[in-house]
Design a protein around this ligand. Structure first.
Ligand SMILES: C[S@@+](CC[C@H](N)C(=O)[O-])C[C@H]1O[C@@H](n2cnc3c(N)ncnc32)[C@H](O)[C@@H]1O
Length: 326
């Protein structure tokens, strides 16, 4: 379905039927596995996106501030090197940081189109309208889609820079990341670029604190996936009976977020006709957030067929942006 409003075009590859089927599939697969798991994309309904925005402003959550500092310093350089007239942004959320890239691309005089892509239709729509008001001459082609499924369906017009910010790439397990990078590369042509933001390996205490804030916002974000399953699949989870757990796995270099059952529970998921039992203390993994080393990420990009170019690290060495060429 495509709806046009002035210069905002909205396309959705995630209609209600698709979403419910995909959620059903993921919930059945994840909650009947041992150990149990759920994919992080289901955190992000409007409430989940709002909680994520609050996370980005927490004192413990350094990645957003670090990535912003890189963009403030280097967006002009990135824009010049990309030569792009079209910015495609995967997992765009509120598109807040994107303004720095759009300003820099607009200043080159070439910018024509912005294509934000996200699973959360509400936040995507808001961000697309806000961006369109800020840049009246820009064509905003928002696409509600799953970047693990729909890359091949994204618009291919123009000389594109695909931005994937926020360290979201770390939510993909290594095998899924390999597939994602190859699929993305296959959609790009000569002259196109890929701007990838990644959180770097660092002191474990700081990493864990970033996913376990004192105000409990990340805990609420983590439990939101249970609210989504209750609402969409008629389940009777008691989200407050699950404790938020964040730990660092140094062998895999990733943060794991889990939900730990505080007592034995039996949950009924009506849309699946599925009872799910949780033992006291049983943990369900809800997210991984991989941390990277610059050389490792460059190798992954090369393996996917990219030519990694300039990379940008913030002065504290916390976060990396890398501009790769197709
Ligand atoms: C960690 S947030 C980052 C948001 C923003 N890019 C930033 O840097 O602050 C991840 C974003 O990706 C979206 N997202 C997660 N999984 C997705 C998927 N499989 N396909 C499309 N969007 C996804 C979420 O809705 C959310 O807006």
């Amino acid at each position: 379905m495509t709806v046009s409003r002035q210069a905002v075009h909205l396309t959705s590859h995630l209609d209600d039927t698709y979403l419910r089927q995909a959620l059903r599939h993921d919930v059945r697969t994840g909650l009947t596995s041992t150990p149990k798991w759920l994919p992080p994309k289901w955190f992000y309904d409007a409430a989940g996106s709002d909680l994520f925005s609050r996370i980005t402003r927490l004192p413990e959550y350094y990645p957003t501030r670090r990535e912003l500092s890189i963009l403030r310093r280097w967006a002009t350089d990135i824009a010049a090197r990309s030569g792009a007239d079209t910015l495609v942004e995967l997992g765009s959320g509120t598109s807040e940081k994107t303004v720095l890239l759009l300003d820099a691309l607009a200043a080159t005089g070439r910018l024509r189109t912005y294509t934000p892509v996200d699973v959360d239709a509400v936040t995507l729509d808001d961000a697309a309208r806000r961006t369109s008001r800020r840049y009246p001459d820009l064509v905003v082609r928002a696409v509600c889609a799953d970047f693990e499924r729909h890359l091949a369906l994204l618009p291919r017009r123009g000389r594109r820079m695909v931005a994937f910010l926020g360290g979201t790439v770390g939510n993909l397990a290594p095998s899924a990341r390999e597939v994602f990078l190859k699929e993305l590369r296959a959609t790009l042509g000569p002259g196109d670029t890929f701007l990838l933001g990644a959180d770097l390996v660092k002191d474990t205490r700081r990493l864990v604190a970033a996913y376990n804030d004192g105000a409990g916002v990340t805990a609420a974000f983590n439990r939101n996936v249970l609210h989504v399953i209750n609402r969409e699949l008629g389940a009777d989870f008691e989200p407050e009976a699950f404790e938020h757990v964040a730990l660092y796995n140094p062998r895999r270099d990733w943060i794991e977020m889990r939900l730990r059952a505080s007592r034995p529970m039996r949950v009924w998921i009506d849309a699946l006709g599925l009872p799910v039992s949780f033992a006291a203390g049983e943990e369900t993994r809800t997210e991984i957030s991989a941390k990277f080393r610059p050389e490792g990420l460059r190798r992954e990009l090369v393996a996917a067929g990219f030519l990694p170019g300039r990379h940008y690290v913030d002065p504290t060495g916390d976060f990396l942006l890398i501009l790769a060429h197709a």
